[in-house]
Design a protein around this ligand. Structure first.
Ligand code: GMT
Length: 382
């Protein structure tokens, strides 16, 4: 198949999922065209079967707000026509589904059919999409899509409720490449000493440091852990809450125990070095960061929100707490970090969960199947 993919190409779970999906599809022999405003950060640009088409927005003094959505629709239509795309798959509803709809209508007048699928990732529904100024257009984009997927049952349900959507929403959960994301004893022995001494436990948090991630709860939890046992924390990512996190780390006396690593492209090399992940988010429609950690045998201490319970079964492959319960999260983390056998069992179960349910080998065929069905149906409907 020839598939166009549009996403936010910079840091963020939806961009990661879209890019990894494109890479996996290309490896399976499909021709993949990324139509985005910059090259997705996990792409090297040298992958076979993948092309990148940049969307550039022309500015003009009259435009206080340059019309990105229109430039995107135009580029989608051009790429679809020039490369005879079978389908467009957009990630994050706003504005991508509306631009895709416009592109589809532009092409229809020249007799070209371009079905499109929208994947909902979370904040496009739970935060941005619910804003009154975006709600009607988000609903419209979802309804005009030829296929809709959501990354968890929770998100599918929220979408049905909030937007009164009656059309089918296919739940296709986040996935991880279990060959890339795994613990390698040799690499761990070489790299772990860069971040922690042998007697120290190593925790990790990975996010875009937005308020919804509650990075300050990561610091509060870690400070309680570091009071009891020798421990260090790797903070991977960057964003608006970083200075607040640094300020709190200084105030709680743990700044020198924390590695602020900023944005990193090689998270599959960093995650396996840790013993435990902290993900105390206010909301997570799935929690891709926890899945990536679990594939590397790193269980997560997380919050019982959104789609997280569809991934973490508390007490078996991780631990779940209420939002803001930093005392509980610290106590839970300590109970694992001070019991080698328990941590080992939970680490193995976390890896097995990733392998049995969320590996690319299980999830990618579901997207391929949906693409085939959608293309076939759109040909019948003309
Ligand atoms: O979490 C973010 O702030 C980024 C956001 C995105 O859309 O880029 O992530 C969402 O999509 C991820 C991939 O599907 C999910 O794993 C995250 O749980 C989801 N984030 C939220 O729902 C807050």
């Amino acid at each position: 198949m020839r598939i166009g993919i549009t996403c936010y190409p910079t840091y963020g779970g939806s961009g990661v999922v879209a890019t990894e999906l494109g890479i996996e599809l290309a490896q399976r022999g499909h021709e993949v065209h990324f139509i985005t405003y910059s090259q997705p950060f996990r792409l090297t640009g040298r992958e076979a079967n993948i092309r990148f088409h940049e969307v550039s927005v022309t500015n003009y003094p009259l435009f206080e707000y340059p019309p990105y959505d229109l430039a995107l629709a135009t580029r989608m239509a051009e790429v679809a026509q020039n490369y005879q795309l079978d389908l467009l798959h957009v990630h994050y509803a706003i504005p991508h589904s509306v631009s895709a709809h416009l592109a589809k209508e532009m092409l229809r007048s020249s007799g070209v059919h371009l079905p499109f699928i929208t994947t909902l990732h979370g904040t496009d529904i739970t935060l941005v999409g619910l804003d009154r100024s975006y709600l009607p257009v988000t609903k419209f984009g979802i309804e005009q899509s030829d296929g809709v997927t959501a990354i968890s049952e929770h998100l599918a349900e929220r979408t049905r409720e909030a937007f009164a959507v009656t059309r089918p929403i296919h739940v296709i959960r986040n996935f991880v490449n279990c060959d890339l994301y795994q613990r390698d004893a040799e690499k761990r022995a070489t790299l772990r000493p860069l971040y922690a001494a042998p007697q120290e436990k190593l925790l990790v948090h990975l996010s875009n440091f937005r308020p919804v991630k509650r990075v300050t709860d990561v610091i509060e939890t870690f400070a309680r852990i570091a009071k009891q046992i020798p421990a260090r924390l790797m903070l991977v990512g960057d964003g608006p809450e970083r200075s607040l996190a640094e300020f709190l780390a200084v105030r709680l006396g743990v700044f020198d125990r924390i590695h602020f690593l900023g944005k990193q492209d090689n998270v599959h090399e960093l995650l396996p070095l840790a013993d435990l992940m902290l993900m105390p988010s206010e909301m997570e429609s799935f929690g891709l960061a926890a899945l990536e950690a679990m594939a590397c045998r790193v269980p997560a201490v997380a919050t019982r929100v959104g789609g997280v319970p569809e991934l973490i079964d508390s007490g078996r492959n991780g631990l779940l707490y209420e939002v803001g319960d930093v005392e509980g999260m610290a106590a839970g983390a300590l109970s694992l970090l001070t019991d080698e056998a328990l941590l080992e069992t939970m680490s193995a179960t976390a890896r097995r969960t990733a392998q049995d349910h969320f590996c690319t080998t299980r999830i990618i065929p579901r997207y391929e199947e949906l693409y085939r069905e959608t293309i076939a149906l759109s040909r019948v409907q003309g």
